[in-house]
Design a protein around this ligand. Structure first.
Ligand code: ISL
Length: 523
């Protein structure tokens, strides 16, 4: 399957209030079906004060009125299914909103919910219990004056972390999974699933390098080795429990897992745990093809069928911009996406990727992402969260409101869906053709991986059954010598209007720079 990620706030606004909603997505589902995707993943649409744009949930089993109603969700899911699209919703198990009734109750030290969150006494000097830092800046602990204890939050103070060592918390999420399965969802994307369990003794994390003044929150976060707050071995027990909870519904469990080593990743997607997990580093990296090839090989070795390959999501700069911008950025991004489509697993694209969109420019006063507003505009995730450009009308057809919730300069006609549909050489057709190739040639993904290797540091070759992929991510042409004659069936350079020079079967093929080619052998 191929997944398509919809950022609910910014896909389509049917109510005219400038905020994306479920009914708007329902009206636009044909676009996703036309591309050939099989799964649509929705970012959170649950009631939320919106401090982290929906990742601060105050009720897991309802729809936020700004995104519509439960009836709108039913209509969305029914139409998705009628178009052959499976529905994946986001579940945020690591933390709730501080507005969630569970946390409100938990603030009372005598409440039965006290242990649902992570409360600790101050350090002897009265400061936070340990040196853990939050992803969005500052310590991972906030003092509750009333009780004299700190609560733990790996993200905003308004996103208190749940205590996953508490059985009742585990049961509450079993119920949430069942609720949405009964509502007809086909799977779950599990937010920061690598962070659920914390070391039971809460020791300090080792310091790799001292944080320096002026550093952004993300850089400060990586000054520490996250030995005790992330990636604890017993996360897998939670995943096994979830697996049991959703087994009667055969629902997909797709983790957002941030671990960089293949063997750690493999534990999370082992038999009876998660079905698949995102490999996240490519969605932050600039153009570093050798590193990308190394990471791909590591994962192919340890989890060849369980990786959800992505180049972007709602959490960072778009690949076209990270990879040099303009036509070059588009070409590089599609070369990697083409390679990823032949790696097995479950590739996803993020809304707008199919248009080759670069980042949006956001005026300083309009920044909305807490990672930016708390960090002097640094590390903004807003750049990829602006309205989907449908056409060249007011706000690119996203809304009839005078202003979108996240204003940005309008996209030119050639970067809109309507503009690209009128031009068969535009990126939208290249992405569609690639997705459809997986349907006409299912052996691209359904035959076991035979071999993945680096022919040069920036050149990846993958062999599976009668399929060969050569991803030449280097700046030079590469002469591929295959062990058996093969015919090119797809080249990523189609996104630049180029075709393969020689469509004949042969063992030797010239691969242009920054181009991935998929071949089929005769046997
Ligand atoms: O650096 C990380 C390792 O812990 C991050 O990649 C982390 O996995 C990522 O920032 C988590 O993102 C998700 O959870 C956040 C939310 O703001 C993001 O939008 C969401 O994708 C908190 O819920």
């Amino acid at each position: 399957m191929v997944g398509y990620q919809v950022y609910v706030l910014s896909f389509a606004d049917s109510s005219g209030d400038g905020i994306g909603d479920l009914a708007g997505i329902t009206q636009r589902l044909e676009h996703i079906a036309w591309l050939g995707a099989d799964i649509v993943w929705l970012n959170p649409f649950y009631p939320s004060p919106g401090r982290d744009h929906g990742y601060d949930v105050s009720d897991y089993c309802a729809v936020d009125p700004k995104h519509g109603s439960m009836e709108d969700f039913r209509e969305f899911a029914d139409k998705a299914h009628s178009l052959g699209l499976a529905v994946v919703v986001d579940v945020v198990p690591n933390h709730t909103s501080s507005d969630h009734p569970w946390f409100q109750e938990s603030r009372d030290p005598n409440s039965p919910k006290r242990d649902w969150y992570i409360w600790r006494d101050p350090a002897p000097d009265g400061g936070p219990p340990n040196n853990w830092v939050a992803h969005f800046g500052g310590p991972a602990w906030t003092l509750d004056e009333a009780s004299g204890q700190y609560w733990c939050h790996l993200f905003l103070p308004e996103q208190p972390d749940l205590n996953w060592r508490n059985e009742e918390v585990q049961q509450a999420f079993d119920d949430i999974f069942r609720f949405w399965c009964e509502m007809g969802v086909d799977g779950f994307r599990l937010d920061v699933a690598h962070a659920l369990m914390k070391h039971p003794d809460f020791p300090d994390n080792p310091v790799i390098s001292e944080p320096q003044p002026g550093m952004g929150a993300r850089d400060i976060f990586w000054c520490y080795e996250h030995r005790h707050d992330l990636d604890q071995d017993d996360n897998v027990q939670i995943f096994r429990r979830w697996h049991e909870a959703v087994a009667p519904y055969n629902a997909l469990l797709l983790g957002e897992i941030f671990v960089t080593e293949g063997h750690r990743f493999a534990r999370y997607v082992s038999e009876g745990a998660l079905d698949a997990a995102f490999h996240l580093p490519p969605m932050w990296a600039n153009w570093q093809p050798a590193q990308l090839v190394r990471e791909i090989l590591d994962l192919c070795e340890h989890a060849p069928e369980e990786v959800s390959w992505i180049l972007s999501n709602h959490d960072g700069s778009r690949p076209v911009s990270r990879f040099g911008g303009g036509e070059r950025g588009v070409r590089r991004a599609f070369a990697v996406t083409t390679a990823m489509s032949a790696l097995g697993g479950l590739p996803f694209i993020f809304q707008g990727e199919e248009l080759g969109l670069p980042d949006s420019e956001i005026a300083a006063d309009d920044l909305s992402d807490p990672q930016a507003t708390r960090n002097e505009g640094k590390e903004s995730r807003d750049v990829c969260r602006t309205p989907m450009p449908w056409d060249s009308s007011h706000i690119n057809g996203f809304t009839t409101a005078p202003k979108a919730w996240l204003p940005a300069p309008p996209r030119p006609p050639e970067l809109t869906v309507e503009g690209q549909m009128a031009n068969p050489d535009s990126p939208i057709f290249a992405y569609r053709n690639l997705i459809h190739l997986r349907k006409t040639h299912p052996e691209i993904w359904n035959t076991p991986l035979d071999k993945a290797e680096a022919l040069e540091p920036e050149v990846l070759q993958v062999s599976r059954g009668n399929i060969r992929l050569v991803a030449n991510l280097s700046p030079n042409p590469f002469t591929a010598t295959l062990n058996t004659p093969a015919t090119p069936i797809f080249t990523s350079s189609c996104i630049a209007g180029e075709d393969v020079e020689n469509k004949q079967a042969g063992t030797t093929h010239q691969i242009p720079p920054e181009t991935s080619v998929i071949f089929q052998t005769a046997t």
